[in-house]
Design a protein around this ligand. Structure first.
Ligand code: PLP
Length: 378
């Protein structure tokens, strides 16, 4: 049995989503910008999806903009806020996804916009005092702090950070790629200016996502061309992808509580099972704390071993797909910037197990058994 525990990287597409997308690709031949019947039919599909997404996110359709995914949306926010809205500083953290970090670093290098990194507490949580200090110095900043870290699952209270940022006059962006579809958002009542989502993280298709832009801070376009997405993002829309995204989000939010309970049980069972069978494991960041980490991610440092580098390979041979997170800085392995930033020990092999509603307890038991076998042979 092949086991897939890499859902933070991408989730399997939901069969209903796939069916609706195939139907859409078959039936919808028009360009949504065309004014004839075929075009209007495609346009109706997009606007219906936009309404559906807006309702699920607790906001209005005019604040939802479809993109090619999380990376494009993160880039749009940072580039447009700095280059078009003249935000002169970026405040972020060292454990953001590269979609944010590399964009910020590009802006610093090529456009001279200084990037300031908030201090992280020992468990990788954002130090809010440090955020406040930076905001006092650089109120004209855009702040970009993720709601849940994709490697270690650390959670940020976006309402607290957003309130702080806005109280100093900064713009507040949160990369919510790992939380949309896994938590209920109520954007009208949340102090954020921008958030982003990616459909393939909640059983939708790859290559489509959205950007929420608070109406108070409209961003000028980054992609110039047609007037699609109300002039914010030129380019013919990915109609089937957008349809799939909306259905996937609807299903995720409708079944949220049930799925959360199931996935939480999987995570806890694996955590306990590894502790009981291997003993000397450690959870990275807040990953082992159910209150402070995303329930879909368990990041563990395995017992120190000579064969750390073979761990992922051995698991793959046993048909278990997980993701590595190496803290190693030497040789060709450049390691995980997140594990390095939180000071994860380099003598351990680090694994990220990430779950979805499609995983089962049997798979977790199998993974525990396999890990036990691998470590007892070492
Ligand atoms: N931000 C976070 C936190 C992610 O986990 C990812 C994907 O792994 C992205 C951004 C990029 O999203 P996409 O794959 O849609 O470009």
């Amino acid at each position: 049995m092949n086991i897939y525990f890499d859902n933070a990287a991408s989730t399997p597409i939901d069969p209903e989503v796939l069916e609706a997308m195939v139907e859409c690709l078959r039936q919808s031949s028009g360009n949504p910008s065309s004014i004839h019947t075929h075009g209007r039919e495609a346009r109706v599909l997009i606007e219906r999806a936009r309404k559906q997404v807006a309702k699920l996110m607790g906001t209005s359709p005019s604040e939802i903009f479809f993109t090619s995914g999380g990376t494009e949306a993160d880039n749009t926010v940072l580039l447009s806020a700095c280059l078009n809205l003249h935000r002169s500083h970026i405040i972020t953290s060292a454990i953001e996804h590269h979609a944010v970090l590399h964009t910020a670093q590009y802006l610093e290098k090529r456009h001279g916009i200084p990037v300031h990194y908030v201090h992280l507490l020992e468990d990788g949580s954002v130090d809010l005092d440090s955020l406040e200090d930076l905001l006092k110095k650089y109120p004209n900043a855009i702040v970009s702090l993720m709601e849940a870290n994709n490697e270690i699952g650390n959670l940020l209270d976006v309402s607290v950070a957003g309130t702080l940022a806005r109280s100093h006059g900064a713009l507040f962006h949160s990369d919510t790629v790992q939380t949309v579809g896994h938590k209920k958002h109520d954007l009208k009542n949340t102090p954020v200016d921008f958030i982003v989502a990616s459909a393939h993280k909640f059983h939708g298709p790859k290559g489509v996502g959205f950007l929420y832009m608070n109406a108070e801070h409209p961003l000028p376009p980054l992609l110039h061309g047609g007037s699609q997405e109300r002039n914010v993002r030129g380019g013919t829309e990915n109609v089937a992808g957008i349809v799939g995204l909306a259905i996937a989000l609807e299903k995720a939010i409708t079944n949220l509580e049930r799925d959360r309970a199931h996935i939480t049980l999987l995570k806890q069972t694996l955590h306990r099972g590894l502790q009981e069978t291997l003993g000397d494991i450690l959870c990275n960041g807040t990953s082992g704390d159910p209150e402070k980490s995303l329930y879909t991610i368990l990041s563990v440092g395995m017992p120190p071993s000579e064969d750390n580098e073979l761990l992922l390979f051995n698991l793959d041979i046993e048909k278990i797909s997980v993701s590595a997170g190496s803290a190693c800085t030497s040789g060709t392995n450049i390691g995980s910037h997140v594990l390095q930033a939180i000071g994860a020990p380099e003598n351990r092999g680090h694994l990220r197990f990430s779950f979805s509603r499609m995983n089962t307890l049997e798979e977790v038991q199998q993974a525990i058994q396999t890990m036990n076998q691998i470590f007892s042979q070492q």
